[in-house]
Design a protein around this ligand. Structure first.
Ligand code: NDP
Ligand code: MG
Length: 338
């Protein structure tokens, strides 16, 4: 039965009614990381899923090979009861205006894997449209793999517009259909999901972690240490430490490391992430909340991604990437391809 974790409502399979989706015409737009996982898991949960893509899409033959009927985006939206939008965030507003809105059935449900465009008012659905979110807390390939292994990635669900008065039931059925009900489906809002997701990936997970690793590597190599040692100490071992934190929190990690490492951890951590760093994180959060970050990101996309492309190239040319390429050859069990 539905439970409660620290004030957040949690649902399991027994709280979700998959019948809410049976017989409905379901369209998933996009067949990338999330799109392929939602579509395949729902199909194997017994649902009628059509894929919507651009004619030129690289994903088109991939989705067909997996047994789906694939149509151009506008055609795929026509007649659908539920449309899940799993295309890149930066193009969703254009796709919505051009292909979704003009073809959307009155009273249909639209779903999202991330609250970005609804929360920042880049997509403004008609009042008669139902709006929900199912956001698995993991990359699409994990959503698919865990489902085939009999488990599932926990999902967040939220409802933003509910003229039909059963949108949460649809969202819960969707989350269960993709496997989330096997571990837990947590109720949230578009605001909470969007702002915490953006903050986490920027300040801690992607931006914070890569900058920390890179700077540590630079300090050692600039001081004349061997890049091989610098790579192992600052990048490779990150996974070993994070795995311990993931399994049992900071306590398990600190139990596993030496007293020397633990003493240094307490002495040095606060010298690196200082009050100034915390203030910078607060400023980052303010820019996310105000929509400043969202607008800058969308402006760069509209201009052809000059910032994103320049930074991507520069980062992939950093010495740490070249050193890593060589050292990973010593460890053939590490899968480098993507
Ligand atoms: P991907 O980039 O992996 O896939 C996007 C898919 O959409 C591809 O099939 C692509 O095909 C297609 N596509 C691209 N542009 C358009 C367009 N203009 N019109 C129609 N189709 C298009 O996206 P993700 O799966 O990473 O992201 C989808 C959503 O899921 C986003 O809202 C994201 O925030 C959310 N999300 C993603 C997570 C992840 O792990 N990646 C985690 C949780 C949420 P092609 O380019 O061949 O045309
Ligand atoms: Mg995220």
């Amino acid at each position: 039965m539905a439970g409660n974790i620290l004030g957040t409502k949690v649902y399991y399979n027994s709280d979700c009614n998959l019948e809410k989706l049976v017989g409905k015409k379901i369209t998933v737009l996009g067949y990338g990381s999330q799109g392929h996982a939602h579509s395949l898991n729902l199909k194997e949960s017994g649902m009628d899923v059509t894929i919507g893509l651009r004619k030129t899409s690289k994903s088109w033959p991939v989705a067909e090979e997996a047994g789906f009927v694939v149509k151009e985006t506008g055609e795929a939206v026509k007649g659908a009861d539920i449309v899940m939008i799993l295309t890149p965030d930066e193009t969703q507003a254009d796709t919505y205006k051009t292909d979704v809105e003009p073809n959307l059935k009155e009273g249909a449900y639209i779903g999202f894997g991330h609250g970005f465009n609804i929360h920042f008012n880049k997509i403004l659905p008609a009042e008669t449209t139902n709006v929900f979110m199912v956001a698995p807390k993991g990359p699409g390939h994990l959503v698919r793999r865990t489902f085939t292994e009999g488990s599932g990635v926990p999902c967040l669900v939220a409802v933003n517009q509910d003229p039909s008065k059963d949108t949460m039931e649809i969202a819960l059925a969707w989350a269960a259909g993709v496997g989330g009900g096997r571990s837990g489906i947590l109720e949230t809002t578009f605001k909470q999901e969007t702002e915490t997701d953006l903050f986490g990936e920027q300040a801690v997970l992607c931006g914070g972690v890569t900058e920390l690793i890179k700077t540590g590597f630079e300090v050692l190599t600039e001081a004349g240490y061997d890049p091989v040692n610098a790579y192992f100490e600052c990048l490779h071992e990150m996974k070993l430490i994070v795995d311990l934190i993931y399994e049992g929190g900071f306590t398990k990690m600190r139990h596993s490391i030496s007293n020397t490492a633990e003493y240094g951890d307490f002495v040095t951590g606060p010298r690196i992430v200082t009050a100034e760093s915390k203030q910078a994180m607060k400023d980052v959060l303010t820019d996310i909340q105000s929509g400043k970050f969202a607008n800058e990101f969308l402006d760069d996309s509209k201009a052809g991604q000059p910032f994103l492309k320049e930074k991507r190239t520069a980062a992939s040319n950093h010495e740490i990437e070249k050193v890593g390429k060589e050292l990973r050859k010593l460890m053939p069990w590490i899968r480098e391809e993507f």
